[in-house]
Design a protein around this ligand. Structure first.
Ligand code: UD1
Length: 439
């Protein structure tokens, strides 16, 4: 296993191009199961989750081709064999997003067998809303030996009316699954309390390009008129708002000025609001009277000398994303006063707290909230990455800390950040990837 060794305290400078979104790419790739024609996606990041999705689609009769010499690194997925309907446990267990194939398989092939995803470090993560939504479209669903077994009676789903809200709001991948199922269902489907995340809008964009009839994408009410078949498409994935937000925090925590290209300003409204209140200015780069591109533009990040404390509540989009909670916690560890962070999506997503304490942070957890009392400095220490975004938070803490931080188990980080250490090295950070056994 790999580890990162970070010698903190370096100022960063330079430019980072934000990669395409991981969380958008995974359901987009699964949507290729909905057609017999090829679907080409540009700007899919090179990550272990993406490679696992490619493997999964391979077992489901898809041929995949990636061209790494083209700057957009297009990946073409062609479902040439529509007979396979079982997604094997050994691949689905590696990433929750494996569940994304359930809706497309059921819609296109009339049946699906997909391993029930287990819990993970950030919580239980049920899929009851996914199943509730698919049942509303006529699917018959049972559980067999840990697998979800779903069938569309007569081979085709029928449109229905479904409410997808749960205790913590809507469900992102659940909305993706039901949307993908509805586009080929007979008749109209209405999804109430649909997820409004930009990744769902991106999925609706691809499906529309494939011939689907969808209204309301990006709002909590989706109206879908089913069609008989879908065609191939050529689509560019949206920039990764979480990677973008992480690099803003990297600049802020090291008091550096950097530039970010392919930056999705509009998708980061709540995060930029909190960062602004902390004293982090993210300003668009304008060129010769051109309008500012708020979807894939360029920005500079400038940080005040003193970071101000703030309150943060994670919420479904357009609220503050839970996937940036660990990163902003690291930043607030160095603010001048008491901040509070309340997790409204995954109330147990705080495994990074214990690791930050090892670095000298002053944190008090009370159920789904953490009071962050700013300290003058963080101190390097050996810490353990527990999940993807917690790992990113620890890297940020390491960049700012005095001395050396060793982060073990960075395979978590590799699931969601393409070669993060190379990006940070290019900005001037002292960060090395090493084998844990060599430590
Ligand atoms: C997606 C993202 C993940 C992000 C999360 C919340 C991907 C690959 N992953 O995960 O990075 O942290 O959105 O923004 O896109 N819930 C239920 N029943 C369900 C499904 C979910 O109660 O059937 C609950 C969850 O426990 C959680 C909340 O709903 O409290 C939101 O989860 P959900 O939006 O489904 O997360 P994912 O789509 O799995």
């Amino acid at each position: 296993m790999d580890a990162f060794i970070i010698k903190g305290g370096r100022e960063l400078q330079g430019t980072v191009r934000v990669h395409g979104s991981k969380n958008a790419s995974l359901p987009l790739m699964a949507a290729a199961l909905l057609t017999d024609q090829a679907v080409t996606l540009h700007d899919v990041p090179d990550l272990s989750d993406i490679r696992n999705m490619t493997r999964l689609l391979g077992t489901l009769g898809c041929e995949t081709d990636r061209c790494d010499t083209d700057p957009g690194r297009p990946i073409t997925i062609h479902a040439t064999d529509q007979t396979q309907t079982a997604a094997p446990y050994d691949i689905v267990k590696t990433m929750r997003a494996g569940i994304c194939v359930l809706g497309p398989l059921l819609a296109k092939r009339g049946k699906a067998r997909v391993s029930m995803p287990g819990g993970c470090a950030i919580g239980d993560r049920p899929v009851d809303l996914h199943l509730h939504g698919l049942r509303a479209l006529g699917a018959e669903i049972s559980l067999d030996a840990g697998d979800i077994v779903a069938t569309a009676p007569g081979g085709r789903l029928v449109g229905g009316h479904v409410f997808l809200g749960g205790p913590s709001g809507s469900t992102v991948l659940g909305t993706a699954n039901v949307l993908c199922a509805a586009v080929l269902a007979k008749g109209q489907t209405v999804i109430e309390s649909a997820a409004c995340e930009p990744e769902i809008e991106d999925l609706a964009d691809l499906l529309t390009q494939m011939g689907a009839k969808i209204q309301g994408a990006g709002s909590p009410r989706l109206v879908i008129d089913g069609v008989d078949e879908l065609s191939g498409a050529d689509h560019r994935v949206i920039p990764d708002r979480i990677e973008a937000g992480t690099y803003v925090c990297a600049a802020a925590i090291t008091h550096s000025n950097i530039r970010l290209d392919n930056f999705p300003t509009d998708a980061l409204g709540a995060a930029l609001d909190r960062l602004n209140a902390i004293g982090v200015e993210v300003a668009p780069v304008t060129t010769d009277g051109q309008p500012v591109d708020r979807h894939r533009g360029s920005v500079t990040v400038n940080t005040a000398d003193t970071l101000k404390p703030v309150q943060v509540f994670t919420q479904p989009h357009p609220g503050f994303p839970t996937d940036l909670q660990a990163q902003i916690m690291s930043l607030l560890c160095l603010a001048d006063g008491n901040s509070s962070i309340t997790e409204k999506i995954f109330p147990d997503r705080f495994l990074h707290v214990a690791e930050l304490l090892r670095m000298g942070a002053n944190l008090t957890r009370n159920g789904p909230s953490v009071v962050v009392t700013g300290v003058r400095e963080l101190i390097g220490a050996p810490v353990m990455a527990s999940d993807l975004r917690a790992s990113a938070g620890l890297v940020l803490a390491g960049l700012a800390a005095k001395g050396t931080t060793t982060i073990n188990r960075v395979y978590h980080l590799d699931r969601g950040y393409e070669r993060m250490e190379i990006t940070l090295q290019a900005l001037g950070a002292d960060i090395q990837r090493v084998k844990e056994e060599n430590l």
